[in-house]
Every structure is written in C-alpha cells, then in structure tokens.
Design a protein around this ligand. Structure first.
Ligand code: TRP
Length: 326
C-alpha cells in the first residue's frame, strides 16, 4: 500500500525554539516512520514580511541543522527549499485564480501578523501567502499537514482551493487535514500566550544548559508568590507549564509542593532548567556536530530537492493535462 503523504514546512527566520518543537516538529519526527514526509523550507514566504535577503541562505541551513538535530531523518524525509522547485510558483499562479480577495482578507493569520509586526500597507504577496502555501501542500498531494495551531486557517484555505480545482478540472488533489500535537502551543518565558522570536521570549533548541538556566531565572511565575514559603498557583505559572511538558513525572509533586509553600521559585526554576536541558541535550550535541558539516548539509539539500522536484514535476504534468494547457 502506498503511504499517505505528510507535507509541512517552516519559514527560515532564525533558530528554532522549543515552541516549534512542541508545536510541530515533534509530530514530524513521529510521523516519518509511518508516512512519506516532505519538509519544506519556506524561503519565498520570508519575503512577505522582509525584503532583507542577506541571511536567507544561512538561515535556511540553520533550520536544516535544527531539523536534523531534532530527529528528522534525511533518508526518509526529503527536506528542500521552496525557491529551488519552480513548480511552486507555477501552481501558485493557477491557484490565485481559485480564491477571492475577500476570502484572503479574512485570513486571521494575516490580521495577527499585521498587528504584531505593525504593518501599515499589506502587499499583494502577503495577502497571497496562503495561496503559495496551498501550492506547497498540494504540489506533493499532502494528505496531512502537521503544523502549529496558528497555521490551521491556511490549511482550511488549501482545502477550499483543492475543492475548487477538483470541481473545475477533475479530481487531482486530496483534501488535506491539519495535524496538531497534544499541546500545540507553548507559553513564552514572559507569560505571553505564544512563544515567538519576535517577542523575544524563547528557549532555543541551540541554547546551552547555562543559557537555559539564565533564561528560566527570568521566567514569569505567580506574582502573588513573593517568598519561598508563600503558597503558589501553578496554573498561572509559566515555569509550571514547562514542568507539565518536560517533567511530566514530577509535575504532580511540584504542583502540591508549590501550593503548600514548600517549594520556592528559585529551586523550581533550577529543576525545570535541568529537565529542559536534559531533554535538549541530544539535540544540542547533534547540532554542534552538524554545524561544521556544511558539505553534508548542502548534499542533503540537493538530494531532498531532487526527490521533491520529481514529485512536483509529476503533479504539474497532471495539472497541465487536466487543464488542457501546455
Ligand atoms: N506558513 C508556515 C509557517 O509560518 C510555513 C509554511 C509554508 C508551511 N508552506 C507550508 C507549513 C506548507 C505547512 C505547509 O510556519
């Protein structure tokens, strides 16, 4: 039986943090044994919010390192840059005819970005972000799209485009579905509901144990708990939310010790930092090794791009044939 296809990607905008891991990467790693995974480095999508292309290549390699270090196996899962497979732009143009401006203006992710990045004038490419993303997914006939919660609206638009195409030209594309992890969102160190680079509240996959300890020291806890003996409320504490994820076994005891005023924040933070460091240590070590292996990384990309291109070319042939163009 042929395997179902997973397609997912991320924009290369800097090093990945544990929010990426918990929100999406963890799923990619798990799924690659059962499915045929494709992972896309969305370098064209970066242009929607910045025209500074100086770092895109290095950032793409950096993201590749994070992915491999986290556990994506290049043999199983081709990893490739969107910009290297021309079929993305071709399919995007066709898809642009299948979605209304009104629908794209209602995209909540666009609204969030406009607000968070204080964008005054939205460019055409930014409005069309989900159209390119639909091409990313459907070019590989992705059945499942493991992403963070914030990307679900884009997968919904992709489904609508697939349906519209299939109705007009015949069944070519599957109706893909998003796949979320158990806890798709990690709170930021500052208590913001989202861990994100632009908010500067992240723990990176590449942070050393010392850096992790320093960062956790500044993490926001229950503001009503001032001294060690004060009873705390774990449900409002950032550090406890990390314990729940990275220190599952001890979390119930930490919960009760905090409530009873037996555990102070300093000790609790140290424990948490140690757990996160332990969790990240294999990733950190693999990352260190990969940092010096530029040739290997480039070969991995070239190989991933070849495999991705084969699939993309095949789909575009089918698209052109059902549309009777070319
Ligand atoms: N928009 C995604 C993000 O910002 C990145 C992305 C681009 C993507 N193309 C994709 C995700 C296709 C899943 C599938 O994280």
């Amino acid at each position: 039986m042929t395997k179902k296809i997973i397609l997912s990607g991320m924009r290369p905008t800097g090093r990945l943090h544990i929010g990426h891991f918990v929100g999406a990467l963890e799923n990619w790693i798990k799924l690659q044994n059962e499915y045929q995974n494709y992972h896309l480095i969305a370098d064209y999508h970066v242009l929607t919010t910045s025209l500074n292309t100086k770092n895109i290549y290095q950032d793409s390699l950096d993201m590749l390192i994070d992915w491999i270090a986290a556990g994506i196996d290049p043999e199983k899962s081709p990893m490739f840059r969107q910009s290297q497979i021309k079929e993305h732009t071709e399919l995007q143009l066709i898809f642009a005819m299948l979605v209304t401006v009104n629908r794209l203006e209602r995209n909540p992710t666009l609204k969030d970005q406009v607000r968070d990045l204080s964008i005054e004038n939205v460019i055409y490419g930014h409005l069309g972000y989900p159209v390119l993303q639909a091409a990313d997914i459907l070019l590989y006939k992705g059945n499942y799209v493991p992403v963070g919660e914030d990307q679900v609206p884009h997968v919904e638009i992709t489904r609508e485009i697939a349906r519209k195409f299939n109705n007009a030209f015949g069944e070519v594309f599957p109706e893909c579905e998003p796949l979320l992890t158990k806890s798709p969102r990690l709170i930021g160190l500052d208590g913001n509901s989202k861990m994100s680079k632009s908010l500067g509240n992240t723990i990176l996959l590449s942070d050393s144990p010392e850096e992790i300890t320093l960062k956790l020291r500044k993490a926001v806890t229950d503001t009503q708990k001032q001294r060690k003996g004060d009873p705390g409320r774990p449900e409002v504490c950032v550090v406890f939310s990390y314990h729940k994820h990275f220190n599952t076994d001890e979390a119930p005891a930490i919960d009760s010790d905090c409530r009873e005023g037996k555990l102070g924040c300093v000790d609790c933070k140290l424990k948490c930092a140690a757990k996160i460091s332990e969790f990240l240590s294999p990733v950190y070590n693999r990352r260190k090794e990969l940092e010096n292996k530029t040739n290997y990384l480039i070969e991995t990309l070239i190989n991933g791009e070849q495999r991705a291109r084969e699939k993309a070319v095949e789909t575009m042939k089918e698209v052109r044939s059902v549309m009777q163009i070319g």
